[in-house]
Design a binder for this molecule. Structure first.
Ligand SMILES: [Zn+2]
Length: 347
């Protein structure tokens, strides 16, 4: 399988994150995508290629121009803000959040910008962030282009991940929505469905395509009443306008096991077939595993093989986009199990 990856993705190194007000170690660390790619390569499952550089328009088709400009400005870090006591910022997080739709920030201080464009304190802004995020989007776009050229399955080993990034904001370790950017590019050639099997609800992808019948979104994830991203991911969010019926959420309780998960996956796949897509984008998070430190499902490695088989049986040209997955010791094994089963069922 063609795998798009660049070692430069690992140049972005989030220094820390803020969880319940405490500074804690970053979970989305350099080396995540590398572990996946190296394991696939060792297993003889990957032809690794560097991504092409795509024009910014492909990203602007999904993200607002002012938000992209904000990420680009981070290149000029360290920033000096009038409120920073003369100390330049090497990394910034929001500390104030917009408090009224009536009064939007008018001054472009570092703090008003970061508060407008970041929706949580897990997603640091550093000087390297835009280049890594753009390179990850280029991996996904290179995958989309390969599908349009006739490949049946392509893997985009993206990092940082993408599915929490909305049109206007970063959050959940995500800056540019790789899967959404690729799906938007593919949608010129036919309807696309994005199936999201990351443990967390892909609020960004849902928001971006909520009104669309050209890109459907289906997600299995931890119940948002108890887990991140809290505000969305409920089963009654079904899309709006033309997009009504093209958004489907399948929230699942803590400790969901393999058999419950696979039965729910079958429901999602039935709903997906009814949308009659020409392409599939699979947001593949590996954080549904029982040993993932950030999640609470109870899937074991063998379930990943069965997931791959059932999704592959759709028979659609598929771009697999790496999302979350935070147990560094398991990422390689899970990716190999998934891709090996996928290749076997597509023979
Ligand atoms: Zn996740």
């Amino acid at each position: 399988m063609k795998v798009f990856y660049s070692p430069h993705l690992e140049s972005f190194q989030p220094p820390y994150q803020i969880h319940f007000g405490q500074v804690v170690a970053a979970s989305e660390v350099a080396g995540r995508a590398q572990r996946v790619v190296e394991a696939l390569h060792r297993a003889g499952l990957a032809e690794v290629e560097a991504p092409q550089r795509f024009p910014l328009e492909a990203i602007q088709a999904v993200h607002a121009a002012d938000y992209i400009a904000f990420l680009q400005q981070a290149n000029q870090m360290p920033f000096l803000d009038p409120e920073s006591d003369g100390k330049p910022f090497e990394v910034i997080f929001p500390t104030v959040f917009p408090y009224s739709e009536r009064w939007q920030p008018r001054a472009e201080t570092v703090m008003s910008l970061v508060s407008r464009y970041c929706f949580d304190t897990y997603t640091p802004i550093t000087a390297k962030v835009f280049e890594a995020a753009r390179l990850a989007a280029d991996c996904a776009l290179s995958g989309a282009e390969a599908l349009l050229a006739g490949e049946q399955t392509v893997f985009a080993a993206c990092r940082p991940p993408g599915h929490h990034a909305t049109r206007h904001q970063c959050g959940g370790y995500c800056y540019l929505n790789n899967a959404a950017i690729a799906a938007q590019a593919l949608s010129s050639a036919g309807r696309v469905c994005i199936l999201d099997v990351d443990f967390h609800h892909g609020n960004g992808t849902q928001e971006i395509f909520y009104d669309s019948d050209q890109v459907g979104y289906l997600s299995l994830h931890g119940d948002p009443s108890t887990t991140y991203p809290y505000f969305s991911g409920y089963a009654d969010e079904i899309g709006a306008g033309k997009g009504k019926g093209f958004n489907r959420n399948f929230p699942l309780p803590p400790q969901t096991n393999g058999s419950t998960y696979l039965a729910t996956l079958d429901l999602a796949l039935d709903a997906l077939r009814q949308m009659s897509p020409s392409f599939l984008v699979l947001s593949l998070g590996l954080d549904t595993h029982v040993e993932d430190p950030l999640a609470n499902f109870a899937l074991h490695t063998d379930t990943y093989a069965e997931m791959a088989k059932r999704i592959a049986q759709l028979g659609l040209p598929t771009l697999i986009v790496l999302e979350g997955g935070y147990n560094l010791d398991r990422l390689g094994e899970l990716a190999v199990t998934f891709i090996r089963a996928w290749e076997e069922s597509r023979k």
